[in-house]
Design a protein around this ligand. Structure first.
Ligand SMILES: Nc1ncnc2c1ncn2[C@@H]1O[C@H](COP(=O)(O)OP(=O)(O)OP(=O)(O)O)[C@@H](O)[C@H]1O
Ligand SMILES: [Mg+2]
Length: 313
């Protein structure tokens, strides 16, 4: 359980093996929305494309002598989170990726505990960040595995297409395996619909299918038993596509754009969920990991107070 001595920390992996679905856009702008509430956030860029790093205006490839990156953090036990942090804005930091990160998969493959490198780095961190958001690459390799081993929660950014639903079942299977074999507290918090066209009947059907599926899983004991579709969805908004090339978050680039409003609402929801969990934790002697397990069970009870368990294949 990645909980340091100072403060409980909520570690969220933004994951979908499908490319171009909105993982990086969601990582960066959700992190910025949380930071706007005065809560300390670090983005950890685990993608060799380094899109999150570039999105916030950090370009490490230009200065080879600069501070260590996520590459060093994963490979070197003497490098700590605190050594790798670059400041982005008030309350918002990033641990950047660099293109060398592509080699990490090969270099890690020979190392003991190769899946746990990031989890260990977070566990020994003394930073006072309350949220850590992990931007995963569009692949199920060692980098994504490190994210899943370090996180308590997975948020799945996706687009509402029928084919995307097939990808989600593969993704849930992977999260389930990691929970069974590596990280027993891992759970799917939910799906964020990205580039969403609210008006089409196709997208409405896909959202309804997803919601029905998650409802049917409440008593399943799976990693996604308490997952939900976050509302409102993130609408398709050109400002969100433009801001990375200026090295800015949507809040720096276009504060009044629909994209800023949508990510602000998502940030509010994520912070409120966390505050509720912490309030329960403070009123009892349970660890934060135990609280999360209980919270999943409580949500399930509230939704199905009298029904008998029902698991759909
Ligand atoms: N809500 C949105 N409205 C308009 N454009 C968007 C929106 N969300 C993301 N985009 C754009 O869609 C493209 C893909 O988004 P993004 O890079 O976040 O996806 P990704 O899942 O991280 O991709 P990869 O798998 O390559 O890492 C980017 O050009 C981004 O600017
Ligand atoms: Mg990305």
């Amino acid at each position: 359980m990645p909980e340091n001595e100072h403060k409980p920390v909520r570690v969220i992996a933004l994951m979908n093996q499908k490319g171009g679905v909105g993982k990086t856009t969601t990582t960066v702008n959700l992190a910025a929305a949380i930071a706007q509430q005065g809560r300390k956030v670090i983005i950890i860029d685990l993608d060799p494309q380094a899109h999150a790093t570039l999105h916030v205006g950090v370009d490490d490839n230009e200065s080879p002598d600069s501070a260590p990156t996520v590459y060093d953090l994963l490979l070197d036990d003497d490098i700590n989170i605190e050594d790798c942090i670059r400041k982005v804005d008030d309350h918002l930091d990033i641990i950047p990726a660099e293109t060398d990160l592509a080699a990490v998969e090969t270099e890690l493959s020979g190392k003991p505990g190769r899946n746990q490198r990031l989890a260990n780095a977070i566990a020994r961190s003394t930073s006072d960040h309350e949220f850590i958001l992990l931007d995963c690459p569009p692949a199920l390799g060692l980098l994504t595995l490190n994210a899943l081993a370090a996180a308590q929660e997975v948020i799945i950014p996706m687009q509402a297409h029928f084919l995307a639903l097939q990808g989600v079942s593969k993704l849930l299977e992977t999260v389930g395996l990691v929970r069974e074999q590596i990280n027993p507290v891992l759970r799917v918090a939910g799906v964020v619909l990205c580039m969403h066209d609210t008006q089409t009947s196709h997208s409405k059907e896909v959202v309804a299918d997803l919601e029905r599926f998650f409802e049917s899983q409440r008593d399943s004991g799976t990693a996604w038993a308490s997952a939900r579709v976050y509302h409102p969805p993130i609408r398709r908004n050109i400002k969100l596509a433009e801001c990375p090339s200026f090295g800015q978050t949507i809040f720096q680039y276009a504060l009044w754009a629909p994209g800023a409003l949508d990510y602000k609402k998502l940030g509010d929801t994520i912070v409120a969920e966390w505050d509720r969990a912490l309030a329960v934790a403070r009123s009892s002697d349970l660890s934060e990991a135990e609280i999360r397990v209980l919270r999943g069970a409580k949500e399930s009870l509230e939704r199905h107070p009298t029904e008998s368990p029902e698991v759909e294949a």
